[in-house]
Design a protein around this ligand. Sequence first.
Ligand code: ZN
Length: 165
Amino acid sequence: MTDELTAELQQMKARELAEYGRIFLFAGGHPEALRDVADPSIALSTQRSPGQVWALPAGWVRIVNELHHDLLELLGEYVVTRADQKAGRLCYDIAPPSFSDAVQHRIAGAEDESRHTCELCGVNTSKTSIYAARCTRHATGAGHRIIGAIARPPGESERLKAADP
Ligand SMILES: [Zn+2]
């Protein structure tokens, strides 16, 4: 990544923090982020505020879309109570909770894959850490990590299109 781009991203991080009190951008506003669209059939829990339920790193949308597809086959209907990054890997909690081995195994598989997938751009990476999953292009030292990107919540792209055809 060029020094100019890194500097620009650090400015974006400072601006988001000052204006919104958050240190991420939505994927469409981040020049380095994967812009895969979350499957609009993923249902989010309404029991908690939207920001607490959905904070999925942009680079993991494919992993979650594939997981969702398989969970629908295993479970039928379910809702997501939390989709975000925790300790450098995907955290995907669902309701009602399932204790089936097949479901647990499938979710664990997705969580494991996320550890090796850059949370920003989605490329495979052999670098893993308990802080973030970043490829060599997007890995930076403590304190200099460039701002992350959150995927737009499921269905939001459709709603935006409908509002502005
Ligand atoms: Zn990357």
